[in-house]
Ligand binder design. Structure first.
Ligand SMILES: NC(=O)c1ccc[n+]([C@@H]2O[C@H](COP(=O)([O-])OP(=O)(O)OC[C@H]3O[C@@H](n4cnc5c(N)ncnc54)[C@H](OP(=O)(O)O)[C@@H]3O)[C@@H](O)[C@H]2O)c1
Length: 305
């Protein structure tokens, strides 16, 4: 079988790096430009990058797919910069999808659990109504709608609480706080599924393979997060345990104790049903994925800024 030929906008982010690493390892032909090389808000850059991908794949007999890992992910900052976030999270995917439709290249677009209100007491299915509570969530929801309405051969994959190398993420923050503070308080009333960029990238690449073979799932919106759920407090304690630190040093508190600019969904757990129905490999349990991440990156975590 010929190799995948991938374009990964946002290639320098947590997910983009991991997609690039795993795809190269699997023998794919990958271009993973960062924002400086491919700004998804620039129609001209987007059109020529997708066109080049299609031509390159045709010359090489490869199977082209775009996986969009570019996003404005600063959830709190987005509250006062919604237009900027909208440009990256909604206009960018719209431009990418239009370019993919015109070049007949399939697109996988990554989205978030924050498109939901978090008021449901059961895990969210892909077709549940959207109800974003934050500017970030609204812009990501608009991106999903634009991609699915574009006429492109496109899939939206929602994920949650992502951590990986190169990001300012919760695992690295907690590892730093473990060194700096005797005790810390972490919110215990927001529930979600911590997801390693490594596990997510593996899932997305499996999906890309299927799509490139013309075997893409019928369902156009899928949920892909590590299995099980916890709170930020539970996540922080687990990180302490993996770092061989005393988890009792982490104490629970409520969201009200730490007001932030952006409201978060209280319970935005993503159901794995759509992923499994598409016969994609089950994602690992969040606790196992965390243990694997800490084992692999212990030195970086010890030095985390
Ligand atoms: N992180 C999470 O907890 C989380 C949770 C749920 C869903 N997601 C979704 O997962 C996907 C990947 O997120 P991530 O965690 O990998 O985020 P990330 O580490 O912040 O990476 C996003 C990348 O997008 C780039 N970018 C920003 N503006 C751009 C533009 N105009 N053109 C091209 N690239 C641009 C960023 O570059 P700069 O650094 O130069 O700005 C960054 O490299 C996103 O769709 C995100 O919404 C993330």
């Amino acid at each position: 079988m010929t190799a995948l030929t991938l374009l990964i906008p946002g290639g320098t982010g947590q997910l983009g790096r991991e997609l690039n690493r795993q795809a190269q390892q699997a023998g794919a032909d990958v271009r993973a430009p960062g924002r400086a090389e491919l700004d998804v808000t620039s129609a001209g850059q987007v059109v020529s990058a997708v066109r080049e991908l299609a031509e390159h794949a045709r010359r090489r007999g490869g199977r082209p797919v775009v996986i969009n890992a570019a996003a404005y992910t600063a959830v709190d900052a987005a509250e006062s910069a919604e237009r900027k976030a909208f440009a990256v999270n909604a206009d960018g995917p719209r431009l990418l999808a239009a370019a993919c439709a015109s070049a007949q290249v399939p697109l996988i677009h990554v989205s978030t659990d924050y498109v939901f209100s978090g008021e449901s007491d059961r895990p969210y299915e892909p077709d549940d109504p959207l109800g974003p509570r934050s500017a970030y969530g609204r812009t990501k929801a608009a991106g999903e709608v634009a991609v699915l309405a574009s006429g492109a051969d496109a899939w939206v994959v929602r994920t949650a609480w992502v951590y990986g190398v190169g990001g300012s993420n919760f695992v690295h923050t907690i590892a730093r706080l473990e060194r700096e503070k005797e005790t810390l308080r972490v919110v215990d009333d927001q529930h979600g599924s911590p997801t390693s960029a490594e596990a997510l990238a593996g899932g997305l690449l499996q999906l890309a393979e299927r799509i490139a073979d013309g075997q893409g799932p019928e369902q156009r919106t899928l949920h892909c997060a590590c299995q099980g759920s916890t709170t930020w407090f539970g996540f922080a304690r687990a990180i302490f345990e993996e770092l061989d630190a005393d988890p009792e040093r982490v104490q629970p508190c409520s969201t009200q104790d730490f007001p932030r600019p952006a409201p978060r969904p209280a319970r935005a757990v993503l159901s794995p049903r759509s992923w499994l129905a598409a016969e994609l490999d089950p994602m690992p349990a969040w606790r196992e994925a965390l243990a694997a991440y800490v084992r692999k990156h212990r030195d970086e975590l010890r030095a985390a800024e």
